[in-house]
Every structure is written in structure tokens, then in C-alpha cells.
Design a binder for this molecule. Sequence first.
Ligand code: CMC
Length: 426
Amino acid sequence: MEDTVKLIFEGKTYELPIVTGSEGEKAIDISNLRPMTGLITLDPGYANTGSCTSSITFMDGEKGILRYRGIPVEQLAEHSSFLETVYLLINGRLPTKAELNNMSVLFNDNSLVHEDMQIFYQNFPRASHPMGILSSMVNALRSFYPELQTLEEEINITVTRLLSKVRTMAAMSYKISRGHKVVYPRPDLKYCANFLNMMFDTPVKPYRIDEDLVRALDVFWILHADHEQNCSTSAVRLVGSGRVNLYAAISAGIAALWGPLHGGANQAVIEMLSDIQKDGGNYRRAIERAKDKKDPFRLMGFGHRVYKAYDPRARIMKKMCDKVLFKLKINDPLLDIAKELEEAALKDDYFTEYNLYPNIDFYSGIVLRAMGIPTNMFTVMFAIGRLPGWIAQWKESLDDPKWKLGRPRQIYIGPTQTDYIPIDQR
Ligand code: CMC
């Protein structure tokens, strides 16, 4: 089998090596292309470019496969917990009971947020988006928890702090946005239950933990935990490649996730479904608009850069949606609209030709709505889930012997050298 490709340029032939992944994926290694040929490659949106080798997550977009450290996401959603998945992603293997317990204890020990940070929260204008607040506050953590002595200590403690504090910070921002008293984390509660309690417990109505909802949140976060080199993860790796501290790199990831084409799609889906509801449930009009090339409107929650088949996470999310709504005896008209819209889109030639299927965000907002999470917090929920993936990818990049400062090139298409004209002669 050929393990090189030949490139012919200006009459000369160059051999470029092929790199093969453990699942048989192949890439042309162009790391010596410019020194050898003077050429660079041009690939807008990096659709054909691998930025690294990685042993964290495997996706096969054509077959709809997603695995973390080799384990299918379906198995993790069925049998694992978010905390166990966090351990798996960051450490590369499943934990023992003792390791998992130890992690749980460490998370509890680090769950409080510096009291002075509350002042920041209170000074954000009321209309601030929680993603903007979260990104700023995660960056601000560095000032409250400055650099540690050794790199190993830095990594272990910062990772624990971040994973634990992020859910306290998210719940805190919700409480403060409502003008309510902050609820502190409870050491007797596990990760997901603790978050729900911090969000919804009030002095007048104590929060009653519902194990089914806790499990739904566990699965929700497992499904979001990593997705290889997507926009926000690439942002974390790129920003991290300048060797900034982890808080700054994660803060960049949160900002990247915010966009409606990426993690912000879960909020955009609910807004789209609500608009369809206001339009008398006319989902066909939304489909026609999405197909109209003169209209910038897209069906939110549909399509994916990698998946050209049904997103495996969306399949699990759809089932969970039915389960949660049934359990809570909620009849959400947006779910009916979503199902009708999906059915009609999947029968439409445009969507089949473009391989546009529902992605994770199509049903996730309905699950979050049922849990009582406000719409503008949906992407924050995605961010909490994605945090272990970002951290695992950042950690992997630190250990990669081939890692370089991220610095793409460009093909300049602006004016060639032009003389300066003094202002009074223009
Ligand atoms: N509705 C209508 N047309 C679409 C859609 C859509 N949702 N998605 C892609 N297309 C069309 C697009 O108009 C384009 O058509 P043409 O080639 O004729 O100009 C073609 O499909 C390819 O689109 P693209 O934007 O070049 O492809 P991409 O691989 O960059 O798209 C995407 C990926 C997620 C940006 C896109 O599918 C989209 O905008 N979807 C809606 C937003 C969304 O749900 N995002 C969440 C993604 S899953 C969460 C995550 O992991 O980030």
C-alpha cells in the first residue's frame, strides 16, 4: 500500500507522507510542504485540515459514530455518569471506585467561589447574556486563584477548580440575574443534583431533588462532553498554544461556543420553534425559507460540519426529551412542532441532498426548558458539559511533542506595494 502521495509542482515531484489513524483515517502530512516547495495550502473553515493527532474522541460523520476514548457515547449515556466521563476524557481511562470517589470529594472541596466574585456578578447590567458573563468570570478566576508553583500542581488543581466552580458560577449568575440570594453548594449532593439545587432552591420553596431529572442532566452533560476539533475546542487549543493559563484558554472556548452556528444553536432552536408557534405552527414556511438561497434563514438544530448522517447524540436526546416531558407531565407544544418539522425536513429533497439531519441542539433545548432552565442559560449548560473536553484537549496539546504555536498562514489578495499619499494631496 502507498504510504506517500506525490505532488507535482513546476515540473518537480515531491513525496508527502500519509498519516493513518487507529480507525483507518488518512491524512497527507504537509508539515514540510512550505520548506520543500514554497507552497502553503488554502482551506477556508479548515474543512479538510487536521490540526493535530488526538487520542481523545473519534467521530465518523458518515456513519454517525461518536466515541470518547474508544467507548461509544451510547454506552456512556446508558451506564456512565458525567463525573466518570470527565475522568475518562481527562485521564484517558475509566476510573476505579476509589478514584471516582476521590474526584467527587475534590470537587466538593473546590466548589465554593471566592465571595468577592459576587460583586462582579452584581455589577453586570441586568440584560447581559450569561455566556458573556461566564466567559469573563472564568477568565477572572486567574486573578483570584493565581499561578501555582509547579506545572503538575497547576494542571491538577486548576482543572479540579474549574470543573467544580463552573457549575457554582453558572447557578450563581442565574440567581443574581433574578435578584435572588445565591445558594451555596452542598457537600452531601453529587455534581448534577448540586447544580440543580443551586439553581432552583429558594428559602420559600426548598428544591426537591428528582432522581430522574438528575439522571437526565447527567446524560445531557455526557452527550456534550467532547466533540473533537470543533470551533470552541480549536479556539481553546489555539489560544492555549500561546501558553496562556488554562482559565484564559477556556474563557476563549466559552466565547467561541456562544455563536448560534455552534453551541448557541440550542437557544436559537427554541427561538425558531417559538417563532413557528407564533406563526400558527406553520413549520412548512420555515422549511421553505431554509431552502431559499436568497434568505439567510437556516433551520437551526439541523446540519453539521462532520455528521452527514443522524447525529448519534440527537437520537439519545430525542428519546430523553420524550422521557423527561412524560415524567414531568409536561405537554410542550414546541416538541410537537419540532417533531413535525423534523419529519417534514427529512422527507424533503433539499435536506436529504445536503445531508442535513437534526443535531444535538435540535431537541436539547426542549429538555432544558422542561427542567426549568431559562432559554438564555442553554448555551451555559452546553459549556459546563463541554468543559472536560476542552480541558482534555488542552492537556493533550501540552504533552504533544509536535505541538507548535498555532499560526495559520494566508494568501494575501490586497493591493501590491502602494506609495503613501500625504493627506493634503488626497
Ligand atoms: N438549513 C438550511 N441549509 C443549510 C443548513 C441548515 N441548517 N445547514 C447547512 N445548509 C446548507 C447551506 O446553505 C449550504 O448550502 P450551499 O452549499 O447551497 O450554499 C450547505 O448546506 C453547506 O453549508 P455550510 O454552512 O457550508 O456547511 P457547514 O459544514 O459549515 O455547516 C453548520 C455546518 C452547523 C454551520 C450548518 O449546518 C448550520 O448553520 N446549521 C444550523 C446551526 C446549527 O444547528 N448549529 C449547531 C451545530 S451542532 C452543535 C455543535 O457541535 O456546534
